[in-house]
Design a protein around this ligand. Structure first.
Ligand code: PHE
Length: 383
């Protein structure tokens, strides 16, 4: 460790001399200054109801950092400061404030849930610290300001993917929507599905994250007799919703978005989701060698665990940050922001990533079908 740090110091010192400028910094404290490791913040729900979101992302980030540090940007290894926000927006604000003010990280990776990214992004924007969300798909997130980026597609696209899938592949003319009134992600995806579904929306009752009884809403949906039920929620409720729907004798297929993705989906769903479809960022069944290399490395590091979409997105987000640091040649906020904004054709495991003028990624989505205990690849939809 010490030997590596010393090597890093030498490289940075040499680089400074060559560039004819003094070393930028302050020393041990502050992730950007000095010659020690470059500190990068990570926030997510490492505990709480949707903890597979934060945990998978962090595992993907850690794997990427291990690889990045074999040839680190600016000759300085990346060091992740990870904070658990328990999936709560207030907690997200407080841990990101700590990362930015106290740890003085050069950039922040996170969150998964759009509501939490929306809560914490203003903290990064005010401090001129770039934030890259790997997975938040609500359009408003990057509208917070020019320091806020995402490397995933946005929900107007995802909503249209599933609306068209319902109409074209499932021949649905009548759709019901069951959405989570506590989630910005869910509300947005409901609207974007409605905007592009060519048939009729026959019912759209809501629930609140944490609910366990959906019988009243499902009964209303049953009366409306839909051909398909769109559930833009998180895996925590979707399984229970599916079971209660089948118990009520509802036969219409359930479809959803990326929020369904979790190895824990099956625990609550049992067989009730068998045959259902959802849109996602990546398929572990892809034969692309880039994807397969990532999956083997991840399995090796995490006891044979298959990476979900959050793990893949966390990995890509950290790699894009390292690539941007290299291109920026510096860790200061404005330079790093500009370099991230210029990301073009980055070969990620979730696809080729180019950022547009709104700091969003234009990327394909995949549709997966739940089949036994696996997510079966169905198709790729280009933007
Ligand atoms: N897109 C979801 C949101 O914005 C989060 C998510 C991403 C969940 C990927 C699962 C997989 O809230």
């Amino acid at each position: 460790m010490i030997r590596k740090l010393t090597a890093g110091v030498a490289v940075v010192a040499a680089a400074s001399v060559l560039a004819g400028c003094p070393p930028s910094g302050g020393g041990a404290s502050g992730g950007g200054s000095g010659s020690g490791p470059i500190l990068v913040g990570y926030y997510g729900d490492l505990t709480g109801p949707t903890a597979t979101f934060g945990t998978s992302t962090r595992e993907g980030v850690d794997l990427a950092v291990e690889e990045i540090n074999q040839d680190p940007p600016l000759g300085r290894p990346l060091e992740i400061r990870a904070e658990d926000d328990q999936g709560k927006s207030e907690q997200a604000v407080s841990v990101v404030t700590k990362l930015v003010d106290q740890d003085q990280v050069v950039a922040v990776l996170g969150e998964v849930a759009s509501s939490n990214s929306l809560a914490a992004a203003p903290v990064c924007q005010r401090a001129n610290v770039p934030m890259i969300t790997p997975a938040s798909t609500n359009p408003q997130v990057t509208q917070v300001g020019d320091y806020i980026f995402r490397i995933c597609f946005i929900d107007p696209f995802q909503g249209s993917v599933m609306a068209k899938f319902a109409a074209n592949s499932l021949n649905a003319k009548r759709a019901a929507i069951l959405w989570d009134a506590k989630s910005d992600y869910s509300k947005g995806l409901r609207d974007f599905f409605k905007q592009t579904f060519p048939g009729q929306i026959v019912a759209e009752p809501s629930y609140s994250a944490g609910d366990t009884d959906f019988n009243a809403q499902l009964n209303a949906i049953k009366q409306a007799n839909p051909d398909v039920i769109f559930v833009p929620g998180y895996y925590t409720e979707v399984g229970t919703i599916a079971r209660q729907a089948r118990d009520q004798g509802i036969k219409a297929p359930l479809i959803g978005g990326d929020g369904w993705d979790s190895p824990k989906l099956f625990e609550s769903a049992g067989k009730a989701l068998d045959g259902s479809y959802f849109s996602n960022h990546y398929s572990a069944e892809s034969t692309d060698p880039r994807v397969q290399d990532f999956i083997s490395a991840y399995k090796k590091k995490y006891n044979g665990k298959v990476p979900d979409a959050m793990a893949a997105l966390g990995y890509d987000a950290a790699k894009i940050l390292a690539d941007s640091l290299k291109r920026a040649g510096a860790t200061d906020g404005p330079k790093l922001r500009d370099a991230i904004a210029q990301t073009k054709d980055f070969a990620g495991v979730t696809g080729n990533i180019s950022l547009d003028a709104d700091r969003n990624a234009t990327k394909p989505a995949v549709v997966l079908q739940i089949s036994g205990d696996r997510f079966k690849y169905v198709e790729t939809v280009e933007p």
